[in-house]
Structure formats: C-alpha cells, structure tokens
Design a protein around this ligand. Structure first.
Ligand code: FE2
Ligand code: FE2
Length: 195
C-alpha cells in the first residue's frame, strides 16, 4: 500500500463531547486523539458502505474498484494500533499511577478484541481474491457490523468518560511530557496535522 496523504483530508467533527474538543488547545494529546477518532469513524462508515455494496453482488467481478476500496479501508482500520498504544501507555498508565481505576470502561479489552476482529476481517477481504464470495458473505457481513458497533461504542466511551477523566485527574504539568511521549510513539497517516 503506497504512503497516503489522508491526514491532510479535512475531517468531519463528530463526537458526543464537542465541549471537550472545543475546550482543548491545538496539539493537545486528547485533541489529537479525538481528531483521529473522527477519521476512524470515517473509515468505519466507508467500510459499511463498501460491505453493503459487496453484499449486493452475487459474485465478485474480475476487476472492481470495490476491492481497492475495501482493501484501503481495512488497511487504515488496522493502522489504528499507534492510537491505542498512546491511549494505553501515555494516558491509562498515568491514571493507574494516580490510582484512578478505569477497569469498568473495558478500554484495554476493547483494544485487544478489536485488533483480533480487524485482523480477521482483513484476512477475509484478502481471501475474496481466490474464494467464492458466497462462502465468506455471512462472516463479512457479521464481522463488519461487530467491528462498527464495538468501535463506535468504544470511541464514545473514550470521548465522554476516559478523556474527561484523564483531563481531570492527571496533573496539568504532566501534559507537556505526555505530548513528547506521544510524539515518540508516533502517529498515523490519518492524524490531522502530523507527518
Ligand atoms: Fe481506544
Ligand atoms: Fe481511541
């Protein structure tokens, strides 16, 4: 997959916590994560669109832009690992240190489950090149729905509970160091304003 420039695409602001987003300064760790969420949501709806189109077919034509679309979207959803690593090792470890429990939010479990689901989905998409559509149709349909539902719920929990909690509980003087830690971990091709 060639290096893409999707981070430069204008993102559509979509969150259940617009107050938090608007209150954060540019380049704040949480603002960047929220902007990545906007783009993750975009890829989720593009996945849903592509899967809907796929399910309307009886078999896959020899060459179709649909496969390129599915491949691109799947690849981008898989690239979210660095986003999860920043959340776990920069934010959640600090909350652990501050003795703030986030266990009931299931963030780490979501990350683990989503990783497995996305990998399985990517494998299914690749299999479409040499497997009859009819044999994977049901699993593609079910799995894309599961990924979409779980991701939307996960993002909502982070925007409305985890991030506000982090902002409240982590001392203000730590956020500059946290930005540096995030820079070190790195960003994704669709992180707005980052290389
Ligand atoms: Fe997450
Ligand atoms: Fe997230």
């Amino acid at each position: 997959m060639p290096k893409c420039n999707c981070g430069e695409n204008p993102f559509v602001i979509k969150t259940k916590n617009i107050e938090l987003y608007n209150s954060l300064p540019e380049n704040h760790v949480l603002k960047t994560l929220m902007e990545e969420h906007f783009n993750i949501r975009r890829f989720v709806s593009e996945m849903e669109e592509a899967v809907k189109e796929l399910l309307e077919l009886n078999e896959l034509p020899e060459s179709t832009p649909l496969m390129t679309d599915l491949y691109r979207v799947t690849d981008h959803l898989l690239r979210t690992e660095r986003h999860h690593i920043r959340e776990e090792s920069v934010i959640m470890l600090r909350l652990d240190k501050e003795m703030v429990s986030t266990d009931d939010l299931n963030i780490r479990t979501d990350h683990d489950d989503l990783r497995l689901m996305k990998r399985r989905f990517a494998k299914l998409v690749r299999s479409l090149y040499n497997t009859p559509l009819s044999s994977v149709r049901d699993e593609v349909s079910e799995l894309s729905k599961k990924i979409s539902d779980r991701l939307q719920m996960h993002i909502e929990t982070e925007d409305t509970v985890l991030y506000p909690l982090a902002l409240k509980q982590i001392p203000g003087d730590q956020w500059e160091t946290m930005t540096k830690e995030c820079d070190k971990i790195g960003y994704i091709c669709f992180t707005p304003g980052k290389d």
